[in-house]
Design a protein around this ligand. Sequence first.
Ligand SMILES: Nc1nc2c(ncn2[C@@H]2O[C@H](COP(=O)(O)OP(=O)(O)OP(=O)(O)O)[C@@H](O)[C@H]2O)c(=O)[nH]1
Ligand SMILES: [Zn+2]
Length: 206
Amino acid sequence: MAVKAKLENVVKTPLPTKHGEFILHYYSNTLDHKEHIALVKGDVRDQEKVPVRIHSECFTGDVLGSLRCDCGEQLDMALNLINQKGLGVLIYLRQEGRGIGLLKKLQAYNLQDQGMDTVDANLHLGYQADEREYTIAALMLKDLNVKSISLITNNPEKIDGLTELGINVVERIPIEVKANPVNLGYLKTKANKMAHWLFQNPTKTD
Ligand SMILES: Nc1nc2c(ncn2[C@@H]2O[C@H](COP(=O)(O)OP(=O)(O)OP(=O)(O)O)[C@@H](O)[C@H]2O)c(=O)[nH]1
Ligand SMILES: [Zn+2]
């Protein structure tokens, strides 16, 4: 696929975090002009099977600790995993609400409180279940010169999307957090309607 967007690695700076030391790479781009970030651990250049997490922004989960979803815990888990391995990349993509934005996601939450699931709420608002795409993530991985990746995900669409964009995904690392009473229905919908690899270990179901 021909990608016309231009991406520039504008700033790199060390970032010590509670999960360990990373180098933060700030990117600008001509596709959506948003501030996408890569947190890089170790020298990933020309490496095979680099652990990569592509995290989609979730203000409510990542910043506020919302229990409605699994995003915040997945973010912590992914950074810990990459730190432990001493090598890897966490890409923080500004695709809030599976690409529909914060306002629409909050409206979707209200629809879910009226009985819709996370997929039907998106459809009701006039969107696809998932509006995300991964061109910018693929360009960032190309800029970082990783040869092949082990993608940290439960989402088959992410693997397909990146592969179509020319990223060599050679392995998957699961990232399943323990469900809580608030997000259990949401996670079951992701498993049943969005084909996420969740609840596959019988000891993890309710
Ligand atoms: N529209 C909408 N977006 C949501 C909802 N709950 C979480 N999100 C967003 O979903 C995105 C995260 O998607 P997930 O499906 O949890 O995870 P994923 O990144 O596709 O898959 P994994 O790699 O397996 O974690 C973030 O952008 C969240 O803001 C919801 O009910 N509706
Ligand atoms: Zn979330």
